[in-house]
Design a protein around this ligand. Structure first.
Ligand code: ZN
Length: 168
């Protein structure tokens, strides 16, 4: 581990160093500078944001720290912090919203899992190479000061995956 740390601090790429086959995973595990770093939030589709805010406030013991409308996506959202993670509630603001379609098809429930990434562009590139279908190859501005991109749920066991990178 120390050897690799020294190696990286010298500005040499991991590829130039003899590492085991899964070295990228190892380096990610040690340095947390690549790939999906943590679950950033879990998105839940709700029919009525106001009512669900009260419900989750009762459940968690504290209110959401923000509410935000993303008009380009046709959603109104609220966010609850929970340790290092968050819960995002999403209500549709028009019938064409992806959330309206989700509610129609599946009813209320978990809509997506969002992973925090350091660099969304390189992550999209990596995942495309791995064969995942990226729904928007150009990251877009999402809620809570994030650049976001989504992976098609057909390629991820039916779960819509969001990548998000904090806008700094
Ligand atoms: Zn989200």
């Amino acid at each position: 581990m120390v050897l690799i740390a020294n190696h990286l601090s010298m500005g040499l790429s991991p590829e130039s160093f003899a590492l085991p086959k899964n070295h990228l995973f190892f380096i990610n595990f040690v340095f947390q500078f690549k790939f999906m770093r943590k679950i950033e939030h879990i998105g839940i589709a709700v029919a009525n944001l106001e009512a669900s805010n009260l419900l989750f406030e009762k459940l968690l013991g504290y209110p959401p720290y923000k509410e935000e409308e993303v008009s380009s996506e046709g959603v109104k959202t609220s966010f609850f912090k929970n340790g290092p993670n968050k819960i995002e509630l999403l209500e549709a603001t028009n019938p064409d919203s992806p959330i309206a379609k989700f509610l129609e098809k599946k009813g209320e429930g978990i809509h997506h899992i969002a992973f925090d990434v350091e660099n969304i562009v390189t992550e999209i590139d990596r995942l495309k190479k791995e064969g995942f279908v990226v729904l928007n190859e150009l990251p877009k501005k999402g809620a809570d000061n994030k650049l976001v991109a989504f992976l098609h749920p057909k390629g991820t066991n039916g779960v819509l995956i969001e990548l998000c990178q904090e806008i700094t």
